[in-house]
Ligand binder design. Structure first.
Ligand code: ATP
Length: 335
């Protein structure tokens, strides 16, 4: 396979459970060495997508490939190509770390001699060598997650799929996990990482896919996705006199060209609004506010982050499904 070809190709995948559409015409591609942040609310379809990629579930239509191998028809090859770390560790009582890794190495059919060397390597990569004689159940959650990554690496897969690897980790363990994932990408692994800790995810991922109700809502580099979702700019004004919050809100609403979506908070003395207009209009607005004697101490454009993006996508999805439901409830809708 040519290195410039995408490692992961999902083409128009739909997955139905009976009448329920869990994935709806999902397509995305991922290049080698990239880290994809795969995000969506509970029930969005992330696990369903992962199950298809690891060959545990067949798409109803469409196809998924890893390194050119079909995830459904070439499941035995997919097992070698993909390492999957679920969000729960499983129970492996009375196994030391080295025995635990040996168990999975054997399950992949790695010969004993090769296995010993391989275990040393993956323990080194995941920084768990000094824990090799400890029982898995005695480890802290952070250490166990790192052992989980070592296990995922044992058969040297090209693609790693990690479900919530940073979940429940303390700040220090989170930093270590982040550095480990970045290191893996540097050595050429491709990663798909799901996480609910979006600020953490945005620090490591090159690409982002946002999925809600089985549909891909945004996909691209982190910057692309932030731009796709936020075509509007967000501004925030801070005043010292709480009574100016209402006055500032009125002033913004008096400017029809702003078409602003305003949120005011008297407790925080802020007025936040979204608009598409340019800097000249903003300058005029600020000048008018000052002329009116409003007590402005800060007027700034807010840089949106992955969390804002996620909230914005899921909010619009919820609004769309509500309006569809009300059309259905009123007897309207498509024929
Ligand atoms: N075997 C199944 N039979 C019927 N419905 C299913 C089945 N598996 C998943 N679903 C439904 O498909 C939808 C997507 O589920 P999925 O587990 O992929 O979501 P998710 O994004 O992984 O959610 P979470 O973040 O909660 O793990 C959900 O509504 C779920 O109830």
């Amino acid at each position: 396979m040519n290195d410039s070809e995408p490692l992961v190709e999902i083409n128009h995948v739909t997955k139905q459970y009976g009448d329920f559409v869990a994935l709806d015409d999902l397509s995305l591609q991922l290049q080698r060495g990239r880290i994809l942040g795969f995000i969506g609310p509970n029930g969005a379809g992330k696990t369903t997508t992962i199950k298809i990629l690891v060959g545990h579930s067949k798409p109803t239509s469409g196809s998924a490939k890893v390194a050119g191998c079909d995830c459904t028809n070439e499941a035995h090859k997919i097992k070698r190509l993909v390492g999957y770390m679920p969000d729960t560790f499983g129970s492996y009582e009375h196994m030391r770390v080295s025995e635990y890794l040996d168990f999975f190495g054997a399950a992949f059919g790695i010969p004993r001699k090769v296995r010993r060397k391989r275990i040393e390597e993956v323990m080194e990569t995941a920084s768990v060598t000094r824990m090799k004689d400890l029982f898995v159940e005695s480890l802290s959650h952070g250490m166990r997650q790192r052992v989980g990554i070592a296990r995922t690496l044992i058969h040297d897969p090209d693609l790693l799929i990690l479900d919530e690897p940073a979940n429940g980790l303390d700040p220090q363990a989170r930093i270590e996990m982040r550095l480990l994932l970045l290191r893996l990408a540097e050595v050429g692994k491709t990663l798909i990482v799901t996480s609910h800790i979006l600020p953490e995810l945005s620090r490591i991922c090159h690409d982002v896919a946002v999925i809600t109700s089985g549909k891909l809502r945004a996909f691209g580099t982190l910057d692309d996705v932030l731009r796709q979702v936020h075509q509007k700019r967000v501004f925030e004004i801070l005043v010292t006199d709480t009574s100016d919050v209402a006055e500032m809100t009125r002033l913004i609403n008096e400017q029809p060209e702003l078409e602003a979506d305003v949120e005011a908070s008297e407790t925080e003395s802020t007025v936040r609004f979204q608009t598409t207009v340019d800097d000249d209009s903003m300058q005029r607005l600020l000048a008018q506010a000052i002329t009116r004697g409003l007590s402005i101490v800060q007027f700034r454009e807010v840089q949106v982050d992955l969390e804002d993006t996620f909230m914005s996508v899921t909010k619009s999805d919820a609004q769309n499904s509500q309006s569809t439901e009300s059309v259905i409830a009123s007897g309207g809708g498509a024929e």
